[in-house]
Design a protein around this ligand. Sequence first.
Ligand code: AMP
Length: 280
Amino acid sequence: MQKIDTIAAMREAAAGLRANGRRIALIPTLGALHAGHASLIRLARERGEEVVLSAFVNPLQFGASEDFGKYPRSPAADAALAEREGVAVLFTPTNEEMFPKHFSTAVAEDRVSKPLCGISRPALFRGVLTCWLKLLHIVQPQVLVMGEKDPQQVAVVRKMLADLSLPVEIVAGPTVRDADGLALSARNAYLMPTQREEALAVHQALSRAREMVATGIRSADRIVAEATHIIGQRRRLRIIYIAVVNRDTMEAMREVVPGQCLMAVAFWVDEVRLTDNISL
Ligand code: AMP
């Protein structure tokens, strides 16, 4: 595995892979790698792609009051995981390398990025898109591998690729969960055992939503009400949003159309903000 931290060296390494006729899959991450990230690496490798994984805590996607400073960072463990999973290039640029002092350009998507996390984290998708478009230009992958853990991110990036005619295929991998159902996230490291225990109610609520759809219920209101009730029984949980949305547009749906919808939820466990979702 090559470990690279400059844009120039990253370009050169990617050009080398392409010259050997290899297809490149880019997996952008914030680092603090876990089994969810590992599953995306495996997905790309099973498809025969060379993996370029970026581990970069992108400052642009954090709001002023958010956890940029304390976001978990584990560079040595990240390198070990990446190496073990067969990553070809681990790209770990510094902030100065990616966004030097007078950086003044931004990429915004104005539709799919607006609801859900776009309301509670207004800086998020502009920051993600600006960073990711830059990564795409540096690495020039054929494939972008992302997790269904962040369905709005998938939809927003998909829209940017389409709107800007970028010839990059998106592959989305399923959410990896702990045995108890909690979706893996770097932010789970913030949770105390009692908080973690309460957070499990969210996966229970999402599972209940899926069961309701399986029994023929189609009213989004009814499903949201039931899920809200389950989460509301936990004293430490506060819902930021919970909605049944179209998976491509992120628009709220009145009726569930199986296969086209997901239930997305963002919530506080005390002061820790987590998200989860389930396809319906
Ligand atoms: P992050 O480092 O949180 O920005 O995530 C980097 C990529 O990994 C994103 O495409 C996420 O959707 C994906 N990801 C994060 N957590 C999981 C998970 N539990 N299962 C699958 N993919 C994940």
